[in-house]
Design a protein around this ligand. Structure first.
Ligand code: DC
Length: 236
């Protein structure tokens, strides 16, 4: 390679093309992911909505969430689409199952209560991870979840593990519910967060953990803007 090309290639910084953001429930991953994707012109993909879509559909169809075989088979059959938001009602994206918009249904308390169990099933994870990987490999994507850096896209250019205390995360989730005029008790939300942490991090398949090469950020004493500024710097 000519000397000038070597010089230029060492001076040009290509931004990370696949950005993986993992971490526990309500740690601010989606807010961060959305801001990053917007500022880089990348696709934002919150993979948790796929597990929520399976959970909601299973409940709708009267399946018992404890029935691993039935729920896994459902996950392998239904068509889930995650598309750019078609409405300006606070949604990050549209979530469709068999063409039906179930975006807000995926946020219901009964989904919160069952999604960790459903997402621990091997059959469910295999079906979801395959689709997520195919989308992620196209690049220019910010993908958010629990196992993106460890399992779905271990080749990601930048891996962030966003953490915060259970109390701080429960407070944020509680404020979100209240902002949407929902009913909630802080103590109940906290108990839910702690229980989901337990299930997500102790499951046999793809448990929640930081990849060895992830950059760990604890957002307890940081605002969303500060976290965003820090990660944007890392991207570039
Ligand atoms: O981020 P969230 O709360 O919407 O995630 C919902 C559930 O899905 C949560 O219990 C963990 C699970 N999940 C997962 O196991 N793997 C992912 N990549 C994303 C979410």
């Amino acid at each position: 390679m000519p000397v000038l090309s070597i010089l230029f290639s060492s001076m040009i910084h290509t931004p990370a093309s696949i950005i993986a953001i993992d971490g526990p429930a309500a740690s601010g991953k989606s807010t961060l992911g959305r801001l990053l994707a917007d500022s880089l012109g990348y696709i934002f993909f919150d993979t948790g909505v796929m597990y929520r879509a399976v959970t909601w559909t299973a409940l709708q169809r009267g399946l018992n969430p404890s029935d691993e075989t039935a729920v896994s088979s459902l996950a392998q059959q239904i068509q889930i689409d995650v598309l750019p938001a078609s409405k300006d009602d606070g949604r990050a994206c549209d979530v469709l199952v068999e063409g039906q918009d179930i975006t807000w249904e995926t946020r219901r308390p009964e989904v919160d209560a069952n999604v960790s169990q459903v997402s621990a099933y091997r059959g469910v994870r295999e079906a979801m991870s395959r689709q997520q990987r195919r989308i992620g490999l196209r690049g220019k994507v910010v993908m958010v979840g629990r196992d993106i850096g460890t399992v779905v896209l271990p080749e990601a250019d930048l891996k962030i593990y966003l953490d915060a205390s259970a109390q701080q995360r429960a407070r944020r989730r509680y404020d979100e519910i209240r902002a949407r005029h929902g009913q909630a008790e802080y103590e109940t939300v906290l108990a839910g967060v702690v229980e989901r942490d337990r299930i997500d991090s102790t499951r046999d398949v793809s448990p929640l953990r930081a990849a060895a090469d992830a950059i760990i950020i604890n957002s307890d004493s940081m605002t969303a803007d500060q976290v965003f500024a820090r990660v944007l710097e890392l991207c570039k």
